[in-house]
Design a protein. Structure first.
Length: 181
């Protein structure tokens, strides 16, 4: 398996997650505003060892197996500080997931991170299609998909940390993504 590279945007460093990130992830992730629209598989209340357990038992083994790609988000102006996470997954109808600590919302940082990992998905991993499910009430996430050229292809219901909600499935093809460049 190839080593997952560090990616850079105008304002961000996307560094592959590592076990040493557990404390920072725990500190930034365990907030209702961050987790409420995430998949119900995320335990809530978030356990004190939630980040360590997730990294050690789920994320890092999936990265080593070449099935998932996880990056910590860090500002170039403060590279020691983890502010969020973005991931790619080789799963049916679930190829990208993300979260950003509330203090950094509304600054366009996730738009930058999404562009970097979507480029990686299509250009490096050479995938034909990206599909991203999300809770329909998550308007910020919906706008992120719209801005990146994704289209809504279906809706059903799903279980999220905050309960059962309508779930939308967004999609963009490799050709559509590359034609935007």
């Amino acid at each position: 398996m190839e080593e997952i590279p560090t990616l850079y945007t105008e304002r961000l460093i996307l560094r592959p997650l590592e076990l040493a990130d557990a404390d920072a992830v725990q500190q930034r992730f365990a907030h209702w505003e961050v987790v409420r629209y995430l998949n119900a598989l995320v335990p809530w209340p978030y356990p004190a060892d939630g980040a360590l357990t997730y990294l050690r038992d789920i994320a890092l083994p999936a990265m080593a197996a070449g099935k998932e790609w996880h990056w910590s988000l860090r500002l170039k102006s403060a590279p020691e500080q983890l502010i969020g996470n973005i991931s790619l997954m080789d799963e049916q109808d679930n190829n990208r997931g993300l979260w950003l600590a509330p203090a950094w919302h509304g600054q366009g940082l996730m738009t930058e991170a999404c562009a970097a990992v979507t480029d990686y998905w299509f250009e490096t991993l050479d995938r034909p299609l990206m599909r991203v499910p999300k809770a329909a009430p998550n308007i910020a996430s919906r706008r992120l998909s719209e801005r990146s050229g994704m289209r809504l292809i279906g809706s059903d219901e799903g279980d999220f940390v905050s309960g059962r909600w309508p779930r939308d499935l967004w999609e963009i093809s490799r050709e559509e993504w590359l034609s935007q460049s």
